[in-house]
Design a protein around this ligand. Structure first.
Ligand code: PAJ
Length: 281
């Protein structure tokens, strides 16, 4: 596996890969890789001959009071894992390579990036859309793999690819979870032992809401009950618990199409997000 930090070198290396034929898959990440990320890499391997993983902790998607400074950085360990999986290239630019002096362009996807995390984290999805556009232009992959864990991000990227004719196939991978249901996340490392136990209430409450809605229960009641459960478990701030259209993320008050129940809540210093599918029977 080659580790590359310069765009011109990356272009040459990808060109070399392309000469041997087959598809090129990109797995964009911010590193501190866990089994959730590795499920994306495994899917990339199933679907493409050449797998490129990017690691870039993107300053543009962190708010001023967020965890950019403390975000875990473990490139040496990450690199070993990716090498074992047979990845061709680790694309790991630094901030100056990604955002050179004078950088002035921003990609903004309206609609789907508003509300939910877009409301709780102003500018976050502009940062994501901008860096993903750059990553796609740098690597020019045939396909790119994203996790359903970040469901709104996945919807934003699908819209972005359609709107700007980026010509990259977007492949989703279901959320990978701990045995008690907690979605794997680099941010789980911030949880104290007590918070970690309480955190499992988030997926449980969503699961119960999804089941109630699926059975024909009133949407508002099911969401309100989930919110109470999450608060009672010790989450301090619940940003949202909502049912949304699975594609457009528009609010859904009656289950008449594929939907998603999504939540974000803070426990101690740590903000967790999760979501589950709900479809009409
Ligand atoms: P990061 O949080 O590192 O996540 C990288 C990819 O891994 C995303 O597609 C995310 O949805 C997926 N992922 C994380 N946890 C997962 C889990 N438990 N199960 C399945 N997939 C999971 O998301 C980002 O980085 C950034 O916003 C990025 C797209 C790289 C742009 O900077």
């Amino acid at each position: 596996m080659q580790t590359i930090r310069d765009v011109a070198e990356l272009r040459k290396a990808v060109e070399q890969l392309r000469k041997s034929g087959g598809r090129v898959a990109l797995v964009p990440t911010m590193g501190a890789l866990h089994a959730g990320h590795m499920a994306l890499v495994a899917e990339a391997k199933r679907q493409a001959e050449h797998v490129i993983v990017s690691i870039f902790v993107n300053p543009a998607q962190f708010g001023p009071n967020e965890d950019l400074g403390s975000y875990p950085r473990r490139e040496a360990e990450d690199s070993k894992l990716l090498e074992l999986e047979g990845c061709a290239i680790l694309w790991a630019p630094d901030a100056a390579a990604m955002y050179p002096q004078g950088f002035s362009t921003r990609v903004q996807v309206a609609g789907v990036s508003e509300g939910l995390d877009g409301a709780a984290r102003p500018g976050h999805f502009d940062g994501v859309a901008t860096v993903v556009t750059k990553l796609f232009n740098q690597v020019r992959p045939d396909l790119a793999i994203f996790g359903e864990k970040d469901f709104q991000q996945l919807a934003v990227i699908r819209r972005l690819v359609r709107d700007l004719d980026l010509g990259v196939e977007i492949v989703p991978v279901p959320t990978q979870r701990e045995a008690d249901g907690l979605a794997l996340s680099s941010r789980n490392a911030y949880l104290t032992a007590e918070e970690r136990v309480a955190a499992r209430t988030l997926p449980r409450a969503l699961g119960e809401a999804a089941a109630a809605i699926q059975k024909g229960g009133a949407v508002a009641e099911a969401l309100a009950a989930a919110r109470v459960k999450i608060e009672q478990a010790g989450f301090g701030q619940v940003d949202y618990v909502e049912l949304r259209d699975a594609e457009t993320l528009e609010p859904v008050d009656r289950l008449d199409r594929p939907a998603r129940v999504l939540a974000a809540a803070k426990i101690g210093r740590t903000r967790l997000i999760d979501n589950l599918p709900v479809a009409p029977l």
